[in-house]
Ligand binder design. Structure first.
Ligand code: UGA
Length: 431
């Protein structure tokens, strides 16, 4: 029998299952989608995570990893790790219905002194509530949040900065910590509530850091300063660090928007006014309006000019580079706003294939088609390969050589010898 079951084969569950098998654990991964289980058993992964297909195939052939749709083979199992979606409900809370329904069936399945590990991002108090739902005095619930970035999930899992184990019971916590022993990462032992809060606190802090630099970028533009220079100075202070200081179209994805919103609700519920987090969320929504204004100015020469009929080519549609994920993508929020203003949009993204349309954007298979007859090209996602495009050729096919670089991706070298007039973010100097 497997030592450990991972329930949910999304990007967190599948990465966890495959990596835990690599770390020497025997893992059965359960997902209720039969077609997904079929392709996983055939060694196909279906998500773009570097290194993951290789790890899945390695686990299948060593016998350390298997997949199933049914909870039945888990009868008597000692440990179950839950990697289930906790999406944002309409009121901003985390929706725990999937998690609660699975917990409802685990009580009868777990072996004596079993452990349920909460890997999903869950609000404070969920471990306690899960213990109630299980109705098993001998079973312990342990919080063990993940800190995986999309596009780097395998790397982050196998070489983590820290492992968090939130357990009320010492022995149950030891069993969870042992899963990660061979990573050599520091293990922080906490109570379950602190583990749950630490995940939200980390994501919310990252979101606030990006909102901070985005507002600084606006200030730089007004004051004639350079945000890259300001961020470089800040980043060399060990207490601040250089990460998450790149301005852009705002933070998005499946985690930061959901987790900031859930933490705000949690704080509200606890009677705490988390004003600085609320402001960071507002600044993020406003950032999209800031970028649209920038595009409007670049295309029409005025902050109130009309975009009706303007042809705008978008480079990048995903919420960040290195992923095909379009969920809560700031690029799409900006595209929606441009379409509402009457612009005609074509877009290219290396992570988005096999689609003709994404929202109001007609998807092209090639950046040259995006540039063709465009009144402006807008870089919305920081794919490094955009730096190596033949910008002279893009200028030759565009109607006008107007470029809005919302990620400050392209430097003078990339555009040398082209007629492009570039507008960046947070630069007080002309492009
Ligand atoms: C985030 C966290 O970074 C992970 O630690 C966490 O485990 C994960 O959420 C999760 O909760 O599962 P991810 O959603 O993959 O990871 O994305 P990030 O790399 O954090 O980027 C978030 C957003 O911030 C993106 O839209 C990105 O473009 C933006 N960003 C990031 C900036 O605009 N500027 C920066 O300097 C950094």
């Amino acid at each position: 029998m497997a030592e450990l079951a991972v329930i949910g084969a999304g990007y967190v569950g599948l990465t966890s299952a495959a990596c835990l098998a690599r770390l020497g654990n025997s893992v059965v991964c359960v997902d209720n989608d039969p077609s997904k289980v079929d392709y996983l058993l055939a060694g196909e992964v279906g998500i773009a995570e570097p290194g993951l297909p290789e790890l899945v195939r390695e686990g299948l052939s060593s016998g350390k990893l298997t997949f199933t749709t049914s909870l039945d083979p888990l009868r008597g199992i000692g440990m179950v790790m839950l990697c289930l979606p906790t999406p944002m409900a309409a009121d901003g809370h985390a929706d725990l219905s999937v998690l609660e329904s699975v917990l409802g069936s685990l009580g009868d399945l777990l072996g004596r002194d079993g452990v349920v590990v909460l890997k999903s991002t869950v609000p404070v108090g969920t471990a306690e509530r899960a213990a109630e739902l299980l109705c098993r005095a001998d079973v312990q619930v342990v919080g063990n949040p993940e800190f995986l970035r999309e596009g780097f999930a395998v790397e982050d899992f196998l070489h983590p900065d820290r492992i968090v184990v939130g357990a009320a019971d010492q022995e149950a916590g030891d069993r969870v910590a042992a899963l990660y022993a061979s990573t050599g990462a520091p293990v922080l032992r906490t109570d379950p509530a602190s583990a749950e809060l630490a995940k939200y606190a980390s994501n919310a802090f990252l979101a606030m850091k990006v909102s901070y630099v985005n507002v600084l970028a606006e200030l730089c533009e007004r004051l004639g300063a350079e945000v890259a220079e300001v961020a470089a100075v800040m980043g060399l202070d060990d207490r601040i660090g250089p990460a998450f200081l790149s301005p852009g179209p705002g933070w998005g994805g499946s985690c930061l928007p959901k987790d900031t919103s859930a933490l705000l609700r949690t704080a509200e519920h606890a009677g705490i006014d988390f004003a600085m987090l609320r402001d960071a969320v507002r600044a993020n929504a406003r950032q999209q309006a800031v970028i649209v204004r920038k595009i409007r100015c670049a295309v029409t020469g005025s902050a109130s000019g009309s975009l009706a009929g303007a042809r705008i080519g978008l480079l990048g549609l995903t919420f960040k580079a290195g992923t095909g994920d379009l969920r809560h993508s700031p690029a799409l929020a900006i595209a929606d706003e441009l379409a509402r203003a009457g612009a005609v949009l074509t877009g290219y993204d290396p992570g988005v294939t096999g689609r003709d349309k994404v929202g109001p954007v007609t998807v092209a298979g090639d950046p040259t088609l995006v540039a063709k007859e465009a009144d402006a090209i807008v870089v919305l996602t920081e794919w490094p390969e955009f730096r190596d495009l033949d910008w002279a050729q893009l200028a030759a096919v565009a109607a006008r050589p107007v470029l809005v670089d919302t990620r400050n991706l392209l430097d003078a070298r990339a555009l040398a010898g082209t007629p492009f007039l570039r507008t960046g973010v947070g630069t007080g100097k002309p492009g």
